[in-house]
Design a protein. Structure first.
Length: 80
């Protein structure tokens, strides 16, 4: 007999709630990494949805934007 699967329930929390929970668990040092991971997952989901709809983005434009961000220090990690 095949097992029935339940749809995943999406749980949302804001940044403050996440920071408070991480602090309660004494994981303060990982807050920035977790927030980065959440943002990357959000962007990946958006990108996959766009790809599924056939929306594309010219690689030349992407390269230009990424190089501008590198030049402006966008990807530099802030040390606390």
């Amino acid at each position: 007999m095949a097992a029935m699967t339940q749809p995943a329930t999406e749980i949302t929390a804001n940044e403050t709630e996440i920071k408070q929970a991480m602090s309660a668990l004494r994981l303060d040092g990982w807050v920035d990494d977790l927030m980065d991971e959440i943002e990357l997952n959000r962007r990946l989901k958006t990108s996959l949805e766009q790809a599924d709809r056939g929306e594309t983005y010219p690689i030349e434009e992407l390269k230009k934007q990424v190089m501008e961000k590198f030049a402006n220090g966008y990807y530099d990690r802030k040390q606390s």
